[in-house]
Design a binder for this molecule. Structure first.
Ligand SMILES: [Zn+2]
Length: 342
């Protein structure tokens, strides 16, 4: 039965073939003509698509189709589109080894020593003449950089305004190399060299050489500022004013300096925020920024309405934006930190 059925089918096909060769030939010819005509117009297009796809990095099949859609935009360019120039919008600033010691984010420690540039000494101002009335100064001769005292004023004014104590006193600002040497020697003579090494930076290794550090004191307690009780506000909010608490107990293994609840260092916003957010000490932060080189992903951070973009550059050739607001700071180790206001 099956065979008869098959035979019948076969026969039918045979019979049809016998009647249709001309028709099939005609159809084939028509189809061929249509294809030829069509491909004449298309060939140019598909060649462009390929050229485009080849130049847009390693785009996959999906992207090739997209390029096909964009072929009209590219059709006027006889040369294939180029990859985006990473230097577009940037220019290179050639810095010096001395520049690496300049800026708000410099790391200063016994390992990465520092000397205040002589040429910049005229920038130092007298704290007493520039401070607000929210705090006092132990000396009439304390020198400091204007940027530090300006933000110290803001911080301690706000501290007082929210009900803070009135007895905060600045007992140290900028120090010369010789002064630090004397401080270290006196401490070593009194408490032993090991104690001095733990609590007093060696000459050249003190942040006080930078003009960005202050030591606070509490007159009411007759002791260094401890950041507890009503004073805790300052410790908790200092990063909002660009300051960090530089030496904590937790980070002593990294900083190699014992905890100093009174020593505040100005690094600027947004760096102070990022440091606090990540529970970094300055050493860790400087290392962390190496993850954001110019030719890699940049670090972005927003404070209030202001967005910042930050990247690190090793060496002296520093790409900076051609326009807009930005700062370049040496890290006092091996490179520079660029901070762009977006
Ligand atoms: Zn200090």
């Amino acid at each position: 039965m099956g065979t008869r059925e098959q035979r019948r089918h076969g026969r039918r096909r045979q019979r049809r073939r016998n009647y249709t060769p001309l028709l099939v030939l005609l159809l084939v010819v028509i189809a061929a003509c249509a294809l030829l005509l069509n491909s004449c117009g298309k060939d140019e297009g598909s060649a462009q698509v390929d050229a485009g796809a080849g130049n847009v990095t390693d785009s996959g099949g999906g992207e090739t189709e997209q390029n096909g859609g964009e072929e009209n935009q590219e059709s006027d360019a006889s040369t294939p589109p180029e990859e985006q120039d990473p230097m577009e919008g940037y220019t290179v600033k050639t810095m010096t080894e001395e520049d690496m010691q300049v800026g708000l984010q410099i790391l200063v420690s016994n390992e990465h020593t520092y000397s205040f540039p002589e040429a910049a000494e005229s920038q130092l101002v007298n704290l007493v003449e520039n401070k607000s009335n929210s705090y006092s100064s132990s000396l009439n001769t304390t020198l400091i950089l204007p940027v530090t005292v300006e933000h110290l004023n803001d911080m301690l004014d706000d501290y007082l305004a929210q009900g803070g104590a009135t007895d905060i006193m600045v007992v140290s600002g900028y120090r010369t190399y010789e002064y630090q040497q004397g401080l270290f020697d006196r401490n070593a003579a009194k408490n032993g060299i090991e104690n001095a090494k733990r609590f007093v930076a060696q000459a050249g290794g003190s942040e006080h050489h930078t003009g960005y550090a202050v030591d606070l004191y509490s007159n009411n307690n007759g002791d260094y500022f401890e950041g507890v009780g009503e004073y805790k506000w300052v410790t908790d909010h200092c990063h909002e004013y660009g300051f960090i608490l530089r030496y904590t107990e937790e980070k002593e293994p990294v900083t190699k300096i014992g905890p100093e609840s009174w020593h505040f260092r100005y690094v600027g916003v947004p760096h102070s925020y990022i440091i606090v957010d990540n529970d970094f000490c300055l050493e860790e932060y400087i290392d962390y920024l190496r993850q954001f080189p110019f030719d890699g992903e940049h670090l972005t951070y927003t404070v209030g309405d202001q967005e910042y973009e930050i990247y690190y550059v090793e060496g002296l050739e520093v790409p900076v934006p051609e326009s807009g607001n930005y700062t370049v700071s040496g890290n006092n180790v091996d490179g520079f930190i660029v901070t762009i206001e977006k």
